[in-house]
Design a protein around this ligand. Structure first.
Ligand SMILES: [Zn+2]
Length: 368
C-alpha cells in the first residue's frame, strides 16, 4: 500500500532556527533540514516513566537531561520538535512485581493519566490508533503518539485479555519485558530463573487476540525460544515488529537479535527499531558515538533488507545513549552520521520513519 506522507505545515513556535541548531549540534544544515522534513518515528520512548514517577513535564522545555545526561530527562516536546521527532511509540511500562490485579489497575490508571497529558497539550500531542488518524494528526502539525505497552503481563488480570483494553488505539505491546511472565520467557539473564523458555498457552492466546485487534506484536525483550513460538502462532499476513533492540551481528548480547530473527521479522513486512543504548550496541574497537546506531542499522539492511530498518531509541528508559544522542534535539546528529557514511536521502528517510509507516499502513490503514 502506498504511503501518502503529510506535508509539515509549520514548526511549532519556540523551535530553534535550523542554522542555530546546526551550530549548536555541530552538524550540517542539511542534516537539520532532513531530520525536520522527514517523518521521524521513534518506535520506543519511555518519557511517560519520569512523568509518572516524578512529575517530569514532557510538554515544556528542559535544559538538559537529569543525572548528567544519562538515564532520564532526554525528551520533551519542544526539544523533540527541534530535532524533528514528529511521531513516537510512547510506552506504558508496568512494574512486574505488582500483583496481577495491581498491574491491570496500574495499566488502566496509566492509560487514563496519559490521556490527561494529551488533553493538557493543547493539540500538540494526538493519540493515533491507525494510519489515517496519523496522517490527519501530522497534517495538523501535531506530534503523533502511538500508544504502546511494555510488558503484556500488565493484562494478566484483564477479564478478557487484549479485548478488555478501554482504548482501541493501543497499537502494540512487547509480550514480555525484563522478567519472564505468565506469557513467556524474557531474553534477560532473569530467564535463568525458569526452565521452560516457551511461550505459554496464555501467551499464544494473547498473540491471537492481538492479531484479531491488528496490534503490533513486539518481539523486543523476548527469549529466542519464545520468539520462535510466536512465529508459529502469529498471523503471518500481519507485520511483526521489534521496536528497540541491537543486533548480534555487530555486538552479541542477550538483548540483541540474531540474523535469523531479523529475517523472520522482515519476512512478515515488519521492521526492526535500533535502540540508542550503548550497553547493547558498543563493540570493541567500534565507534563510541551515534555512528554505533548506524552500524547496527546497516547490519539489519545487509541481512533483512533496507525496508526493515527503523529506529527505537528507548530514550528516557534508563539507558545511557551515545554521548552525542542524549536528547530530543539530537536526531539531526544521527542523520549526520548517515550522511557521513554515504547514505542517500531516500535511505535515510526510510530508516527514520517511512519503513515503519509502510508497515503501519499495512496493519491498520484506518478509513482515511
Ligand atoms: Zn524495553
Amino acid at each position: 500500500m502506498p504511503v501518502s506522507l503529510a506535508p509539515r505545515p509549520f514548526q511549532p513556535p519556540g523551535t530553534i532556527p535550523p542554522a542555530q541548531l546546526a551550530r549548536d549540534l555541530g552538524v550540517s544544515e542539511e542534516a537539520v533540514a532532513l531530520a525536520r522534513s522527514a517523518e521521524v518515528v521513534d518506535l520506543h520512548v519511555d518519557t511517560f516513566i519520569p512523568h509518572r514517577l516524578w512529575g517530569y513535564d514532557p510538554l515544556r522545555r528542559h535544559r538538559r537531561a537529569l543525572l548528567g545526561r544519562a538515564f532520564f530527562g532526554h525528551l520533551d516536546l519542544p526539544r523533540m520538535a527541534d530535532g524533528g521527532l514528529s511521531s513516537a511509540m510512547w510506552s506504558i511500562t508496568t512494574n512486574p512485581f505488582r500483583t496481577a490485579r495491581g498491574r491491570w489497575r496500574a495499566l488502566l490508571a496509566n492509560l487514563d493519566r496519559f490521556q490527561k497529558l494529551v488533553a493538557r497539550s493543547d493539540g500538540r500531542l494526538e493519540i493515533c490508533g491507525d494510519h489515517a488518524a496519523w496522517r490527519a494528526a501530522r497534517a495538523r502539525g501535531a506530534h503523533a503518539v502511538l500508544l504502546s505497552i511494555q510488558g503484556a503481563n500488565a493484562l494478566d488480570a484483564a477479564p478478557d485479555g487484549w479485548r478488555s483494553l478501554p482504548d482501541p488505539r493501543v497499537l502494540r505491546a512487547t509480550l514480555v519485558h525484563l522478567t519472564s511472565s505468565r506469557l513467556g520467557a524474557t531474553s534477560s539473564p532473569a530467564a535463568a530463573l525458569r526452565r521452560d523458555r516457551h511461550l505459554t498457552a496464555a501467551g499464544r492466546r494473547l498473540v491471537e487476540q492481538m492479531n484479531d485487534a491488528r496490534a503490533f506484536v513486539d518481539l523486543a525483550h523476548i527469549h529466542p525460544v519464545s520468539f520462535d513460538d510466536v512465529l508459529d502462532v502469529h498471523d503471518r499476513t500481519q507485520p511483526l515488529i521489534a521496536t528497540h533492540t541491537g543486533v548480534d551481528g555487530v555486538r552479541p548480547h542477550w538483548r540483541n537479535l540474531s540474523d535469523a530473527q531479523l529475517r523472520a521479522i522482515a519476512d512478515t513486512g515488519g521492521v526492526i527499531g535500533i535502540i540508542f543504548s550503548t550497553a547493547f550496541l558498543a563493540r570493541p574497537g567500534g565507534p563510541r558515538d551515534g555512528a554505533m546506531v548506524v552500524e547496527h542499522m546497516e547490519h539489519v539492511e545487509r541481512v533483512a533488507g533496507r525496508d526493515a530498518v527503523a529506529l527505537g531509541s528507548d530514550l528516557d528508559g534508563a539507558i545511557v545513549p551515545p554521548p552525542d544522542l542524549w536528547g530530543g534535539e539530537c536526531y539531526p546528529r544521527l542523520v549526520q552520521h548517515m550522511l557521513d557514511r554515504g547514505w542517500t536521502e531516500d535511505r535515510i528517510r526510510g530508516a527514520l520513519g517511512e519503513n515503519f509507516l509502510r508497515a503501519f499502513a499495512e496493519l491498520r490503514p484506518g478509513d482515511g
